[in-house]
Design a protein around this ligand. Structure first.
Ligand SMILES: *Cc1c(COP(=O)(O)O)cnc(C)c1O
Length: 386
């Protein structure tokens, strides 16, 4: 069934827009597909809560056996509240505060993904003070070339994430020497919205090289965390409601030379929830300037900031117009910023005040990045029945 039919059934005139509409059946199918491709393999998927922390989505994700990837104490509280087991949590982030580390230690999270020597030392100190040991993976910056793969933004040498390859050995030795650190393994995350498989193949080569290198020195790892970053098709959400998980997991299944007993972790965010969400909004005005037509909707950058923040493209659809004639519009929000634009030169059927508009593929980094700017209300949410 198309989004139209499902959604408009749920949408009465009394429903306040804007809101996020989540297709729970698609979310369930996406999770099943992931489980199908990781079955029979020592792989665990931790869902990256920062993509969307909506409790209904978290419940569905937990029900499918996923763990949780967290980047703040607030996310840890949300994950605990949703029922995720600390054992199945990974705590990432370059700037964990003492309070956040203590929260993780108190619950004995499965893994702290550590990004620097000072952080490692603080975790060791705080764990000692609590009389416990922290389980840790070191986040490695694999310096995979951003120039040939423009989507990769977190895995190159000139950004803030991870430990540089050239200092890794020293940091591993330090981690092994600290009394309150249990070094479980290595962690990698090379970027987001990655739609080609080649960077992941390069990551496999890097990981294999590191495992060989350290094995010769008598150092082995129980855990390899390969991060997330798998992209979705923003241009054609109906044609590709799910990313190609078979290709994604296949690269690692075939490319990684895992040692006996070694586990792999993935941290997927966008690829799990991205396509199941749409931002639903009503047209407030249609306005014509000298050579542009604007559709002004009641959702703005406070509800979905990706277009304003990253010039991200989302497919925009008019769900209610029955006009055969089409027109080119800029679809814009009401917020007092020129960047508050959902789509430039968007071809829609003739659009009028009161029409219902869907901004597609908005399940990831939509609701979770919503703000109160202009003292606006946060968007609501409506769920299809799974
Ligand atoms: C954001 C993030 C993820 C999830 O990224 P997606 O692109 O949403 O899959 C995974 N791991 C880390 C460390 C992250 O920062």
């Amino acid at each position: 069934m198309r989004l139209n039919d499902k959604l408009l059934g749920a949408l009465g005139d009394s429903v306040r827009t804007p809101f996020y509409y989540y297709d729970m059946a698609l979310l369930g199918k996406t999770l099943d597909e992931i489980n199908r491709h990781t079955a029979g393999w020592p792989a665990t998927v931790h869902y990256a809560l920062k993509a969307n922390g909506n409790p209904r989505l978290l419940a569905e994700i937990l029900r499918h056996g996923m763990g949780a990837d967290l980047v703040s104490g607030g996310e840890m509280e949300a994950a605990l509240e949703a029922g995720f087991k600390p054992e199945m949590m990974a705590f990432a982030g370059v700037g964990k505060t003492d309070e956040e580390i203590n929260l993780g230690l108190k619950h004995d999270v499965g893994c702290f993904n550590v990004e620097s020597v000072p952080e490692l030392e603080v975790i060791n100190h705080l764990a000692g003070a609590m009389g416990t040991t922290a389980r840790v993976a070191l986040r490695v910056n694999p310096d995979i070339d951003a120039h040939t793969h423009r989507y990769i933004t977190t895995g190159t040498a000139d950004n803030k994430f991870g430990i540089a390859l050239e200092s890794l050995e020293q940091v591993i030795k330090l981690a092994l020497s600290l009394p309150h650190i249990h070094l479980r393994g290595l962690h990698f995350h090379i970027g987001s919205q990655i739609t080609q498989m080649q960077p992941y193949a390069m990551l496999c080569d890097t990981v294999n090289g590191l495992l060989d290198h350290y094995e010769k020195k008598g150092i082995t790892f129980e855990l390899i965390n390969l991060g997330g970053g798998l992209g979705i098709d923003y241009g054609d959400p109906d044609g590709h409601p799910m990313p190609d998980f078979e290709a994604f997991f296949g690269i690692f299944k075939h490319g990684l030379k895992l040692r006996p007993g070694q586990q792999v972790h993935f941290e997927l965010g966008r690829s799990i929830v991205g396509q199941c969400g749409s931002l639903i909004t009503r047209v407030t005005y249609v306005k014509e300037n000298r050579n542009k037509r604007f559709v002004i909707v009641d959702a703005g950058m406070t509800d979905l900031i990706r277009p304003a923040l990253y010039e991200a493209h989302h497919k925009v659809e008019n769900l209610t117009s029955t006009a055969a004639e089409t027109q080119t519009y800029d679809v814009v929000g009401p917020v007092c910023e020129s960047s508050d634009v959902f789509a430039h030169d968007c071809l829609l059927p003739l659009t009028a005040r009161g029409d219902v508009i869907a901004v597609r593929s908005a399940g990831a980094y939509g609701e979770s990045m919503a703000s109160h700017y202009n003292m606006r209300r946060l968007p609501g949410c409506i769920f299809s029945n799974a």
